[in-house]
Design a protein around this ligand. Structure first.
Ligand code: SAH
Length: 371
């Protein structure tokens, strides 16, 4: 744990001119390890001021459509991993996905995010391509389209981009190769994930990445390196959230007793958001739904710590419960309509407002485009 002097000095340096990497890493660890309420508040306030300056007190939405839980991957922590036989698998019919997109459009959400388990078969690739094309056309490009469909070939990323998707979210999960290996089977390569992030950038997408916070064996140094990774990659969007146990996974089964307690995972997740905001300034940062598993106001707390994007689930009710990446997923019994109303109230409760009808690209990405 760091002392008052240590974290104060670290925060002053972090909000000032850019420090050499070794210094920065030390300071990030100091700030991650500061446990007092004072420290939490000072870091949050510094992050919020930066968010207010670059993004305003404005939230942008991404209507999240979880189009399928079919997955060829077998990540040790994830509920929809291939080997989990207790999952009822689904692949949303095209009309249902289009209906969800129409809902987002009609309610002025401005953007959607199409997410799924990972597949690379031709049917899947063509299916996404045609969905993106259709949504782009029928909404006359009113909806920004983010994809979050895992690792793909260059050609696939290009096809989806040309069809009209312009943002892609691919979490690195952890920037530490050894920890990555601990969390995944041997054939899931950290290097291929990095290559995909390169391909996405080269294709022209606004690129988002992120990590899970509080996985077993993760250290504060790992988290500091994750933040430096975001800076190094100069990402446009960050989506990170707490690790939440899923009992029917290998990591869930082994980590029942070793996972950091809920309060610590919440605190570290909020701290990561705040530090990412201070470091990256004008990127988009998601207040992840998983935050709400740890605290009833988890997403509002994330907004107050520097996040500026919320992803209301607009997947139709019949599929929601089957897209169970982790246990205790909130809002599984709610309709998209209910989620929308609830969000308005939540955002207003912290004195912010939702900007409807706008794509809400990060200022960071817009600057890159005009550079
Ligand atoms: N298949 C896609 C996206 C779907 S998974 C891909 O690979 O990018 C979306 C995210 O859910 C993952 O990146 C992971 O960070 C998160 N996730 C999976 N299991 C989780 C768990 N148990 N707790 C918290 N987040 C989890």
């Amino acid at each position: 744990m760091s002392t008052f002097e240590e974290w104060r000095n670290a925060l002053t340096r972090l909000t000032g001119p850019r420090q050499p990497t070794a210094r920065l890493r030390k300071d990030l660890v100091t700030l991650l390890s500061a446990e007092t309420a004072d420290a939490g508040q000072a870091i949050r306030e510094a992050a919020y001021a930066i968010k207010a300056e670059h993004c305003g007190a404005v939230v942008h939405l991404r209507g999240l459509i979880e189009i399928s839980n079919l997955c060829v991957k077998d990540c040790f922590y994830c509920g929809i991993r291939r080997s989990n036989r207790s999952v009822v698998r689904y692949d949303m019919p095209r009309e249902d996905v289009l209906a969800a997109a129409d809902f987002a459009d009609a309610h002025g959400y401005g953007s959607i995010c199409i997410q799924s388990g990972e597949r690379a078969d031709v049917r899947f690739v063509r299916g996404i391509e045609s969905l993106v094309r259709e949504i782009t056309q029928r909404t006359n490009r009113r909806l920004g389209i983010t994809l979050s469909c895992g690792e793909q070939k260059r050609d696939t990323y290009v096809r989806w981009f040309e069809a009209g998707a312009h943002r892609y979210l691919l979490r690195i999960e952890t920037s530490n190769e050894k920890l990555y290996r601990f969390l995944h089977p041997a054939d899931h390569g950290h290097a291929s994930r990095l290559r995909c992030l390169d391909l996405l950038r080269a294709t022209g997408y606004q690129v988002g990445t992120g990590v899970m916070v509080g996985v077993p064996s993760q250290t504060l140094e790992h988290l500091a390196d994750d933040l430096l990774f975001f800076v190094d990659r100069d990402v446009d969007m960050i989506g990170m959230g707490p690790y939440v146990v899923q009992q029917k996974t290998p990591l869930g089964a082994m980590s029942r007793n070793s996972v950091a307690d809920q309060e610590l995972r919440l605190r570290l997740s909020l701290r990561m958001i705040a530090l990412a905001r201070i470091l990256m300034r004008d990127v988009n940062i998601v207040a992840a739904t998983a935050m709400q598993v740890l605290h009833p106001q988890g997403r509002e707390l994330a907004l107050l710590a520097g996040a500026n994007i919320v992803m209301p689930v607009i997947t139709s009710a019949e599929y929601r419960k089957d897209y169970a990446l982790y246990d205790g997923k909130p809002c599984v019994d709610e309709t998209a309509e209910q989620c929308g109303n609830c969000l308005d109230a939540r955002v207003a409760s912290i004195g912010e407002s939702i900007e409807y009808g706008a794509w809400g690209d990060s200022p960071h990405a817009l600057k890159r485009r005009s550079a």
